[in-house]
Ligand binder design. Structure first.
Ligand SMILES: [Zn+2]
Length: 426
């Protein structure tokens, strides 16, 4: 009863008329679920779910640390070619499969990032336990990549010709220090023609990310002369200074609203237990719903580290024997942005949710969608179905049970915004 009511409300919502106004679709979105070809594409998933799961496991077992996505990219390229797309790899490593639309001047992108947070050498062999698959990267973003290939296949098998061209993209550099370089290059290359970007990232169907969380990644580097632990005791120690500064920084108050977070994610330095180190480094990730909070936190980090260095210098017994130098470098910055509530893309997602009887909430997050959103291009990031957990940990898992719902939702959203050409116009 509740679902029916939601369905009715969604269809009665004014966003639908705005969709019609913006896109003058030849197949209106409410008709999408009734279109015979679209139904054929939707029906492709269930009998092929084992194939989709196997591709996910196979891709996950090809390591893809940041800046080393090439081998996994080649495997995705083969899958997209197998789906009948003409596929090329751009100079940053993005794999781009094109399905030409009737109107080639307008492009809709469906993307999934290739890279993982796991360094080379991480054991990425997939274990199966009951219905679960376990491996680092299995869900983030094995799920998105498998869905990208599956949706391309389903559209191909149903011989759908879109109104707007669709680019199926496996992009590089989403995680960590990749700093969204793949998506930046893609948006740069197709700007002007780009109408919408749908990002597939991880599992689930419970959310739609329409608000791009701004973030900055910073690295603190403190250096000094270094020396012997016994004979040079009293010389200022970069690790001591880093710890002193870090303790100050983690006591910084951050507001619950606008939600603001920080993470001391990586710390390194020193060469041996009995040496005063000549260098200490710390990587910090700060995120906020407010750009000004980010700026405040970055300033706080600089002040705390400056104070940490000063404290260490002041407590050092032998300041004449060395001085500490410090700096904070910006490793990456993700711009913020927000999809308009009345955008045709969000309307297409809501129609897709209604057709598959799914309910989802608006979320803010830091994803590949940040780049188009920051430039005023419509973009969303969604999960590609099934369930997952432990993202970015060695215990990461994915359960494909019910994944068809997420695949259908993504396909309907994509076709809702790209639109399906009527057969007679081909
Ligand atoms: Zn991801």
């Amino acid at each position: 009863m509740k679902r029916v009511l939601v369905w009715v409300i969604l269809f009665a919502m004014p966003v639908r008329s705005s969709l019609a106004r913006h896109t003058t679709p030849s197949t209106s979105s409410s008709q999408l679920g009734k279109n015979a070809q679209v139904r054929a594409a939707l029906a492709w998933f269930a009998p092929n779910v084992n194939w989709i799961n196997d591709q996910q496991a196979r891709l996950t077992e090809i390591p893809a640390p940041a800046f080393q996505e090439g081998q996994r990219g080649a495997a995705v390229k083969a899958l997209l070619s197998g789906a009948g797309l003409s596929v090329q790899t751009d100079s940053t490593g993005n794999v781009i499969g094109e399905l030409r639309g009737v109107n080639e001047k307008e492009i809709v992108v469906l993307s999934a990032h290739l890279d993982t947070v796991f360094p080379a050498g991480t054991d990425v062999k997939v274990r199966r336990e009951g219905s679960r698959m376990l491996a680092p990267g299995i869900s983030d973003n094995g799920t998105g990549l498998a869905a990208l290939a599956a949706i391309a296949r389903a559209i191909r098998e149903a011989q759908i010709k879109p109104q707007r061209s669709i680019l199926f993209v496996a992009d590089v550099g989403e995680e960590g220090e990749g700093n969204l370089r793949g998506m930046r290059a893609l948006v740069d290359a197709y700007h002007g023609r780009l109408k919408a970007v749908v990002v597939l990232d991880g599992a689930g169907t419970d959310h739609v990310t329409t608000i791009a969380l701004a973030s900055r990644r910073l690295e603190v580097i403190i250096s000094g002369p270094g020396g012997h632990s016994w004979s040079d005791f009293g010389m200022p120690n970069p690790i001591n200074a880093l710890v002193r500064g870090s303790v100050r920084f983690i006591n910084t108050k951050v507001p619950a609203s606008p939600r603001t977070t920080f993470n001391l994610g990586q710390i390194e330095g020193g060469t041996s237990i009995n040496s005063i180190p000549y260098e200490a480094r710390l990587k910090v990730d700060v995120r906020s719903e407010s750009e000004s909070e980010l700026t405040r936190l970055e300033s706080a980090l600089r002040e705390c580290m400056s104070a940490g260095v000063r404290d260490e210098m002041e407590s050092s017994r032998d300041r004449s024997r060395g001085k500490l130098e410090w700096k904070v470098e910006l490793l990456g910055s993700r711009p913020g942005g927000e999809l308009a509530a009345e955008s045709p893309l969000l309307a297409a997602l809501r129609v897709a949710d209604a057709i598959v009887e799914n309910e989802s909430r608006i979320e803010r997050s830091s994803t590949d969608a940040n780049i188009p959103l920051s430039l005023g291009i419509d973009a969303i990031s969604i999960g590609a179905g099934g369930n997952g957990g432990g993202a970015h940990s060695l215990q990461e898992w994915y359960d494909p049970t019910g994944r068809e719902l997420g695949l259908k939702r993504a396909l309907l959203t994509l076709l809702g915004i790209a639109d399906v050409a009527p057969e007679k116009t081909r």
